[in-house]
Structure formats: C-alpha cells, structure tokens
Design a protein around this ligand. Structure first.
Ligand code: SAM
Length: 495
C-alpha cells in the first residue's frame, strides 16, 4: 500500500462507467419531486459540476461531451486515473473539463482549490464509505467551501443495515487476500477463492443457501477491478444514512431525496403496512432508516441541497410540468407490469401507451404528455408520470430537447469505442453521450458500434458486420440493434 493513499488501493485502476444517478438533470428532478426548488439545467445556461473521486473520469468526460457550455471539474488523487482521464479529454478534444490530481483529505486548504469555482452540482460516487475518516472530514470542508448556496450534492455509499450481514465476508476476503497475494486484484481474487473454499467446507456464516453465501457467489462474477476497489480498502466502512446526513450538516447540506427516483415514492417502495409505520414519523431521517430496513439495497444515492427552498404542491407540480423527457426504450417495449421495490406495479396501458407513442421521435414536455387526448387516466399528476417513466428507467430528463447530435458528444462516443474495445468485452455496458439529453444513455459497446456505423450511413447488416470486424457471425444481433436500439438513439440525438 502506498504511503500517500491512506489505505485506499492505488495499484490497479478503477473501471470506467456511467451512472445515471450522477446526472445533474436527474439530481434536479429528484429535488423537484421532493418539493425543493432547484433550476433544471436547460439549453446553453452555464452549469459548474464538481466530481470528487472521479476515477478515470468517464462520468466527468461524458457530462462535458454532452454539455459543451458546462464546466466540469473532476478530482482524484490517483495520478494513473488523472493521466488516463486527461488523455481521453485530449483525444475527444473536450476543453470544458479539468482534471485535478489532489487528495480530498487536504484539498480544501490547498492553493489548487482556489481555481475551483463554486459548484451548482457535486457528485461523489463510490467514495464516502471507502475512505478514511480524515478524508471524509476533508470532503466536508471542501463541500462547505465549494457548493454554492442552493447547490446540489449527490453521494452514493454502502449502507447499513443492508451490509451488516456481509461485514464478516468483506473482512475475511480483505484479511486473507492481503496475506495470500501482493497486488490488490490478485488479493481480492485469492480472498474470494478462500471465502468460497470456506463456504464449501461448511462455514455456517457463508452457507450457500443463506444471504451472505449467495452474495459471495454474486460477487465472484463481478470484474476484478471493481471488486478490488470495493473490498480491499483499509478504511471501507458502510454506514447508516443518518451518519452521512449528520456529517454533511457541517457543510450546511440538508437531505432532500434519492437520485434513484423510484425511492422517492413510498407507494412504489414500501408495502401498505410498511407505509403506515413509516408515516408515524415526521423526521425524514427516521423515515429513511425505516425504508432502509424494508428495502434491502446495498448502495444509496442520496441528494443534499445547501439551503433548501421549499415549494408548495402547486409550485412543485408546475415545475414538474415544465420538464422534457425522452425515451430510453422503444414505445412497444413498455411492459404491462414492472418490478418495484414494493413488489410489482401495473402500467395502465390506456394511459401510458399513448404517452410513450408520442415520445417515439424525441423528447416531449410533461405538460404536453399529460394533455394527450387519447391517453386515459389522471392528467394532474406529473410526479407519478415521472416516477414511473424516469424512475423505472424507461425515460430520462432531456436538457436540450430540440438539439441535433453534438460534435463533442459524437467525438466522445467514438473515443469510447476506440479505447474500450481494445480491452473490454463487446457486450459490456457503457454510457453514450447525448447533447439532446445532456446526459448519457446506457448501452452495450456492441450496440454503440452498430449505432456509430448507422450514423455514418452504413445500414446494410453484412457490410456492417464487415466494418465492425466481428470474429463471429452476429448478424442477428446487428439486426436486433438496428431494430431496437438505433431508433431510440436517434430519438435521443445520438445517431
Ligand atoms: C470506487 S472509486 C469510484 C470512482 C468513480 N467515482 C466511479 O464511480 O467510477 C473511488 C475513487 O476515489 C478515489 N480516491 C480515494 N481516496 C481519495 C482521496 N483521498 N483523494 C482523492 N481521491 C480519492 C480513488 O482513486 C478512486 O478513483
């Protein structure tokens, strides 16, 4: 372990990925749904986004490419991460993103922080419960200095009680792996193998039929660079949501909701008896503790605001009506029933089918969707429409609904293909940048390749397969991508 890393692993790079919960438009929507007044990023208005612990910078690069008038500042202390991120930025010719190599434990007091402007949106994805208390304290000091009044902060972290039964598994993998190998990817590999051997030898805590044993098996399938960063850090420590709220209060940050939008709706997250118990409390932090007992998800995506301005329900609904959303599926892919944390929800087809049909060729305003004559159902509930369509990931908020494909977004998407295809599986998901949406859409590298060929005018399947230089015949998959993904990407302005 390097002396400068304070227990965080720095000998292998973290994997590159895009997470929709980090998008400023999603964060603004989470605030509005919870009645907190925040401007939805729109058009060419300047926005400053700060990402802390940015890894190799994929999210920061994608946001910069999707929003050329925004300024993105991204910080990480691992020089290998910063070097990779700067190389991507140079190759995609993105000049609105700055990568700073700095330690979050001390950046607030570092002269380098002077050049960081006050941020409208900050994101810390996968950092908080992986770093030492000293780094957490430095993060809070930085947030106190750099979040503008009214600014929004996203933080994701490993949450208790969900992680409680798995604490022993992590400790076992960490401590055995560290003794069986040297480099952290090998350590996590050895630690996992040892834990599985112990499970096979009948260790009761790792019983393959129990929750921890099943989790161990799921972990064994994940990429090693993810696992090393998840399990091998010296200070990894899941926490309760109220612990984060209490730490962030020192930066005058108040919790408003979740950027996993569905979790803002008790009716979609909890069962009726659970809601009755949940509603006995007014304190949002106690309500969240109850929610964390009811839905067993390991990672929270919380949204905080520095200086919350509360709207009344009419103001909130008016703000929600003004939002544009675009589909991430074909209209015909809308299911009749969808899984939600509370079980299943039926999607009223006579209401939702005309709504998604109207969005087939591009984003539409919520108020227009609710006024569609052929759609039958409640026309006065924009929150429910957004909760179902965006919350269940059938749609995303659209920042520039009328714009064409952006040059920077196209350059970034090509760099993604050039770089990731060298080392990664073609069926791996990645984020594609969109100027129209102002965010990324998640798709496989394979689908991204097909879309890129179609964008260049190459639509014939056999020619496309030749241009993609596929080692095996995947004509059917190309046809599927042309049929199901390309129209969605065209509506999102990516093709
Ligand atoms: C699990 S990774 C998440 C990376 C990125 N946010 C993502 O989701 O892809 C955590 C990141 O925090 C960075 N990090 C850890 N401790 C840090 C510190 N003290 N100062 C700055 N960055 C740090 C690591 O180098 C790593 O890139």
């Amino acid at each position: 372990m390097s002396r400068w890393s304070d227990g965080y692993i720095v000998d292998i790079a973290y994997l590159s990925g895009w997470y929709r919960q980090q998008s400023p438009a999603m964060l603004a929507l989470a605030c509005l749904l919870n009645g907190a007044e925040v401007s939805m990023p729109a058009g060419d208005e300047p926005v400053h986004v700060l990402e802390l612990g940015c890894g190799q910078g994929y999210g920061a690069l994608l946001l910069a490419a999707s929003n050329p008038t925004w300024r993105i500042t991204a910080v990480d202390f691992n020089p290998a991460h910063i070097a990779a991120a700067r190389a991507w930025a140079a190759e995609a010719r993105l000049d609105n993103v700055v990568f700073i190599e700095a330690d979050l434990a001390t950046l607030a007091e570092d002269p380098a922080a002077r050049d960081i402007p006050q941020a409208d949106f900050v994101s810390l994805h996968g950092v908080w419960t992986w770093v030492s208390p000293a780094v957490q304290a430095g993060i809070v000091r930085l947030l106190r200095a750099k979040v503008r009044a009214g600014g929004v902060v996203h933080v994701s972290y490993n949450v208790l009680p969900s992680w409680g039964p798995r604490l022993g598994m992590q400790r076992l993998i960490h401590d055995t792996g560290a003794r069986l190998a040297d480099r952290s990817d090998r350590q996590v590999h050895e630690g996992l193998a040892f834990a599985r051997s112990l499970a096979a030898a009948g260790a009761q805590h790792l019983d393959p039929n129990g929750a921890t044993g099943q989790f161990l098996e799921q972990f064994a399938q994940l990429p090693v660079s993810y696992l090393a960063h998840e399990l091998m850090n010296g200070h990894w420590k899941p926490c309760f949501m109220s612990d984060v709220a209490s730490a962030f209060a020192d930066a005058k940050l108040e919790w408003v909701g979740s950027s996993n939008l569905i979790e803002n709706f008790p009716g979609l997250t909890l069962t009726e008896p659970q809601i009755a118990l949940h509603q006995r409390f007014d304190d949002p932090l106690v309500r969240e503790l109850i929610k964390d007992m009811c839905i067993d998800r390991a990672l929270r995506h919380d949204v905080f605001v520095r200086g919350v301005r509360r709207m009344n329900p009419a103001q909130r609904d008016a703000a929600l009506m003004d939002i544009d959303i675009g589909l991430t599926i074909l209209p015909e892919e809308l299911p009749t029933e969808a899984a939600i944390p509370a079980g299943k929800v039926q999607l009223n087809q006579s209401f939702y089918r005309p709504v998604v049909d109207a969005m087939a060729d591009g984003p539409k305003r919520v108020s227009d969707l609710l006024q569609l004559e052929r759609s039958q159902g409640r026309k006065d509930n924009p929150a429910e429409l957004l909760g179902i369509l965006v919350g269940l990931a059938f749609a995303e908020p659209a920042v520039r609904p009328a714009s064409g494909p952006g040059n920077a977004a196209m350059r970034f998407n090509q760099v993604v293909l050039r770089r990731l295809l060298r080392t990664e599986n073609i069926d791996r998901p990645a984020g594609a940048a969109s100027l129209r949406m102002g965010t990324g859409l998640t798709l496989t590298l394979f689908d991204m390749m097909v879309a890129d060929q179609v964008r260049q005018g190459n639509t014939d399947t056999a020619q496309l397969a030749t241009a993609m230089r596929l080692p095996v015949d995947r004509h059917d998959a190309i046809d599927r991508a042309k049929r199901f993904r390309v129209p969605v990407l065209r509506a999102a302005g990516i093709v």
